[in-house]
Design a protein around this ligand. Structure first.
Ligand SMILES: Nc1ncnc2c1ncn2[C@@H]1O[C@H](COP(=O)(O)OP(=O)(O)OP(=O)(O)O)[C@@H](O)[C@H]1O
Length: 378
């Protein structure tokens, strides 16, 4: 099923006056796609999901599912399955009865026969890999098993659209990873369209075809992992999606000159002169030995990368470099040579020929090559 959200706004009036929870949100999810909604707490992710499910009304705008306007349709009329983090199972019902609940309560004319329901429950128990737990009660299940039962319950009425709101939130990291991989494979196997709300950006980037970043009730950016990494629309998107470092400076005559000392200038083709901010991931940097440079201190490391604290004077930043390159780092003096960066001005990405400026490598940078008039401009 495809979903189209058009200029959706939702405002509520409370004791402190009117509050806008969603502001002109538009989103297209083609049939079969797996989309993740991410953003800080209060960004409006749950509000958007609930509006799609039909649980909360919109103030303006519309939602189309498979080209059909949803206005006025109750959740059960939308062919949507949803699972919420705290969507508890009925404790007094067995797993099988929990799964069949949505079918058992259908009006007689629409309800499948008892044999059909039993077969369906058995199929769903197989699908969630708990074939022998149909007669168990929820208290006997682990958190991961309960989430799988909640999912089976959501799937019982064969929805074309699955809405998941932080469904892995209460699970430990190992189970969480296993369940999300499994949900992704289920999505493929059943030909679902899935929208997942998560505050875990890594989870979103790992599991979804497309990630929608929300902030303050608006969509800030919508793209696949590569687009978001290479062309983050704003510094917020870059920061939200992973550890990042930010260097304020100036673009002058085709070079970026950081305001801070110990950051090597780098060339930026076809970018307009003026103030700019360069943002990098902590590994997008190399080290240039420099007697008067910043001092380094190793603070940890993993996956073969050393984490290094670089003292820039007014502040320290943490970078990552391959362990193999770091025989004895503490106290070593260096300059930082940025190897690639995204440049922002006035809070927006500067679109040059290539938004990620691959800076000249440390080996290529020689102060003698930087025109004197550029250095004096700093
Ligand atoms: N019915 C309501 N009345 C008033 N304010 C509400 C209502 N529902 C949600 N909000 C507020 O709207 C904002 C967005 O809430 P929402 O739950 O959609 O955010 P979220 O991005 O899902 O956050 P989280 O990650 O914490 O779940 C929050 O500030 C929340 O307090």
């Amino acid at each position: 099923m495809s979903v189209r959200v058009e200029d959706l706004t939702r405002s509520v009036t409370g004791s402190k006056g009117e509050k806008t929870l969603l502001q002109d949100v538009s989103l297209d999810v083609p049939n079969g796609e797996f989309v993740a909604l991410v953003g800080p707490s209060g960004a409006g992710k749950t509000t958007l999901l609930r509006a799609i499910a039909g649980l909360d009304p919109a103030t303006s705008g519309q939602i189309m599912i498979d080209g059909r306007a949803m206005q006025g349709l109750a959740p059960r009329e939308r062919n949507v399955g949803f699972v919420f983090q705290n969507y508890a199972l009925f404790q007094h019902l067995t797993v099988a009865k929990n799964i069949s609940f949505g079918l058992d309560v259908l009006p007689r004319a629409q309800r499948p026969s008892r044999t059909e329901i039993a077969q369906k429950v058995s199929d769903l128990l197989q699908l969630i890999r708990l074939p022998d737990l149909g007669s168990a009660y929820p208290y006997r299940l682990s958190g991961g098993q309960r989430q799988r039962v909640a999912l089976a319950r959501a799937l019982a009425r064969r929805p074309g659209l699955l809405l998941l709101d932080e469904p892995f939130g209460a699970l430990d990291p190992v189970v969480r990873r296993a369940v999300r991989t499994w949900i992704r494979s289920l999505h493929e196997q059943l030909g679902l369209t899935t929208i997942l709300v998560t505050h875990d950006q890594e989870e979103a980037l790992d599991v979804a075809d497309r990630v929608v970043v929300m902030q303050d009730g608006r969509i800030m950016q919508d793209g696949n992992a590569d687009t978001l990494e290479i062309r983050p629309a704003t510094p917020f998107v870059m920061e939200f999606l992973g550890e990042s470092l930010c260097f304020a400076g100036q673009i002058s005559r085709g070079w970026f000159l950081a305001d801070e000392a110990h950051i090597e200038p780098f060339q930026v083709a076809d970018q307009e002169a003026g103030p700019a901010v360069a943002m990098i991931r902590p590994y997008e940097v190399t080290l240039v030995p420099e007697a008067e440079g910043s001092s380094l201190k190793r603070t940890g490391g993993r996956y073969g990368m050393a984490r290094l604290l670089v003292d820039l004077g007014a502040r320290s930043v943490e970078i990552l470099r391959p362990e193999a390159e770091m025989p004895a780092v503490d106290g070593t003096k260096v300059n930082l040579a940025i190897s690639s960066a995204r440049l922002f001005r006035d809070g927006h990405l500067l679109h040059g020929k290539d938004p990620v400026v691959s800076a000249v490598t440390a080996e290529n940078i020689r102060a003698s090559e930087i025109p004197a008039h550029v250095l004096s401009a700093n």
